[in-house]
Design a protein around this ligand. Structure first.
Ligand code: BDR
Ligand code: CA
Length: 336
């Protein structure tokens, strides 16, 4: 099994990453750190608690992270993820409380408790992890492996022409984290899943249909692109119903930006890679982040060929087989 700490800014695709892990028998989630990003951090924590309760895993600890990025003010993106970060879904209130530990404490306590055994998955800004490394500078060496969804490598950004959202929200944190991981040996280099690979993971209504069918929904219960803006999924399986309402919002968003009625599965892909790195082709590089220039702030730069004469500090995902990813997603999440 994989012992995991998951740091998320839930978020529609973060939600699906959580569902993927919860449905994976080899994943043992020891704690969830909530980070400010897609929506404010209190809302992220509430979304995490509500998904866990809905999925029958109410005992997993959910910690609250920093309210603001390290240096620059927080930006959120309700237009991408919906007013509460979960699209059209309205989750029942779990009534559960978040942990008394902060997200920083959670990271530090868990790596100390499970040295060399813990996989860290970050699918939001890297603020919590940067703060945890300030507190425990040995964290990069204590972690078994870090997997990050973030950045964009030789590929356009989705927030500025060159910057990806998670890094763009807290570029200073991303820089601190990548710098800190330059000490780890090659087999423990962080795996970075950037837009260059995650935008190849395109979820279409057909995939949602397959998922819902796998979970026992009838064809009438399943959303279709032509159903119109106000139609909610009626799937009897509540996880599938809320998931499809969340994803439909994400597809509407992508359509508005002329990308088609589809949704990029950035974070679920990173989750799948955390459980099985062989899903992606990886290429070592030295990664750095621009934190100053108004034109390029938040841009990730990869040195693939040694210009900087610095050892690689990351393994960058450069390609994958999207069909294989979707088979795994349907097989797992369809089991709810
Ligand atoms: C990332 O930005 C967020 O909006 C998504 O959840 C994903 O983690 C993609 O750039
Ligand atoms: Ca995210």
């Amino acid at each position: 099994t994989h012992k995991l700490i998951v740091d998320v800014d839930t978020g529609i695709d973060d939600s699906l990453a959580l569902l993927y892990l919860l449905a994976s028998p080899e994943a043992e989630i020891l704690g969830i750190a909530s980070t400010a990003g897609n929506v404010p951090v209190e809302q992220v924590a509430a979304n995490n608690l509500n998904w866990l309760a809905l999925c029958g895993a109410p005992d997993i600890e959910v910690a609250l992270g920093a309210r603001e990025p390290l240096v620059i003010p927080l930006r959120t993106t309700e237009e991408t993820h919906g007013p509460q970060g979960i699209g059209h879904a309205v989750l029942p209130d779990s009534g559960r409380k978040r942990s008394v530990r902060t997200a920083t404490d959670l990271w530090v306590d868990l790596v100390r408790e499970y040295p060399g055994q813990l996989t860290g998955l970050v699918t939001g800004p890297l603020t919590n992890l940067a703060l945890a490394i300030r507190r425990e500078p040995d964290l990069p060496s204590l972690l078994k492996r870090l997997v990050v969804m973030g950045g964009s490598f030789n590929y356009p950004g989705n927030t500025t022409p060159t910057a990806e959202w998670n890094v763009s929200v807290d570029p200073h944190a991303a820089k601190e984290v990548f710098d800190a991981f330059s000490v780890v040996p090659a087999h423990r280099r962080p795996i970075i899943c950037g837009l260059n690979v995650t935008e190849s993971i395109e979820m279409f209504p057909e995939h949602v249909r397959r998922l819902a069918e796998a979970a026992g929904s009838t064809p009438e219960e399943i959303i279709s692109p032509d159903d119109g803006p106000d139609v909610r999924s009626s799937a009897s399986n509540s996880v599938i119903r809320h998931m499809s309402d969340a994803i439909r919002f994400y597809m509407e968003f992508h359509r508005e930006y002329d990308q088609g009625f589809l949704a990029h599965m950035h974070d679920p892909f990173a989750a799948a890679v955390a459980l099985d790195p062989s899903l992606a082709t990886l290429k070592p590089a030295t990664v750095d982040v621009e934190t100053e220039s108004p034109l390029l702030i938040g841009t990730t730069v990869a040195d693939w060929v040694g210009h900087w004469k610095r050892e690689p500090n990351a393994d960058i995902a450069v390609s994958t087989d999207p069909a294989e990813f979707f088979d795994r997603l349907v097989h797992r999440v369809g089991n709810y």
